[in-house]
Design a protein around this ligand. Structure first.
Ligand code: AMP
Length: 207
């Protein structure tokens, strides 16, 4: 009996294994579309007086609901680290998990959650840091990092830098080496950058 010919896998279009290719961006430019920076900025929603009066909250959810924007954000966060050997991405609860988890997968690195107290089982280490009103705490599971592991700390936004500095203290105490910080948004006026110096900082959208 004549063997049925197996259907062949359709050829793949030019590879865009990760995110939006240069080709796509060039075509979009030719069509007069927004630059990548403008495209992303248009998807950061500003909400006055949230969660408290006087705070101009940067809502990054529209960057997630638009798949192209989410890819572009991840491309931007991952780009500086391609070819670097990053062992772990430490994400700060909760929005740092969204970007940090996806970034870790792209960099073939581990993802380590830095959580609010009482959420992680087993032995944990904890750091306290002060906020404008009161204090906050972050926890990590013991033995999350190999000694000397190269770690990137990720959060959605850098404001005063208190949260990221506390995250770094925790990572260092656990034996990790903080190679860089990565944020989607940075609020320049709050000078968080100074608190994190001299460790390199990647931030995509500075306001
Ligand atoms: P900070 O410790 O002052 O750098 O604050 C950073 C943390 O607070 C991040 O986890 C942010 O998600 C959150 N945050 C601070 N200010 C804002 C803001 N204006 N809009 C959105 N999130 C903010």
């Amino acid at each position: 009996m004549a063997q049925k010919k197996q259907p062949r896998t359709p050829p793949r279009p030019s590879p865009t294994p990760r995110g939006v290719s240069r080709e796509v961006l060039q075509k979009s430019k030719a069509r007069g579309e927004q630059t990548p920076d403008a495209y992303l900025r248009a998807r950061v929603r500003e909400v006055p007086d949230f969660p408290r009066p006087g705070i101009l909250f940067k809502d990054i959810v529209p960057l997630l609901t638009d798949p192209k924007a989410f890819h572009m954000v991840l491309d931007g966060l991952a780009h500086p680290f391609i070819g670097e050997h990053i062992d772990a991405v430490a994400g700060i609860e909760a929005r740092g998990f969204i970007f940090g988890g996806a970034l870790a997968a792209r960099l073939n690195a581990s993802f380590v959650p830095l959580r609010k107290p009482g959420k992680l089982p087993g032995e944990t280490d904890r750091v306290s840091y002060s906020l404008e009103y009161g204090t906050n705490e972050l926890e990590v599971q013991e033995d999350s990092f190999e000694s000397g592991a190269k770690v990137i700390i990720v959060d959605d936004l850098l404001a005063t830098g208190g949260t990221a500095a506390a995250a770094a203290e925790l990572v260092r105490r656990q034996g990790g080496y903080v190679a860089a910080y990565a944020f989607v948004v940075e609020l320049d006026a709050l000078k968080g950058r100074r608190k994190l110096s001299p460790t390199p900082i990647v931030s995509l959208l500075r306001y």
